[in-house]
Design a protein around this ligand. Structure first.
Ligand SMILES: [Zn+2]
Length: 81
């Protein structure tokens, strides 16, 4: 059995751990970059769906009945909107 000093084993162990940490860091960097690009695409909300949530202008100013967003006159009382 070769005579291996504990200090050499410790140095080899530290180098091995350092390499593993560096490898893990590189893998994490690649994964985070790829997931970030995919996440930004997923987070892009179409503006049409965000605008549909607002209810302004969808009710008649005179009778209060519900209106279509593009309607200029009330379908119930005929008042201009
Ligand atoms: Zn009306």
């Amino acid at each position: 059995m070769p005579n291996v000093r504990p200090q050499e084993l410790l140095v080899l162990f530290v180098i091995l751990v350092f390499l593993l940490v560096a490898l893990a860091f590189v893998i994490w960097l690649v994964v985070s970059l790829t997931s970030r690009s995919g996440r930004s695409k997923a987070l892009q909300v179409p503006p049409s769906s965000a605008g549909q949530g607002q209810g302004q202008g969808q009710y008649c100013h005179q009778c209060g009945s519900s209106l279509k967003p593009d309607s200029r006159f009330c379908s119930d009382c005929g008042g201009p909107q």
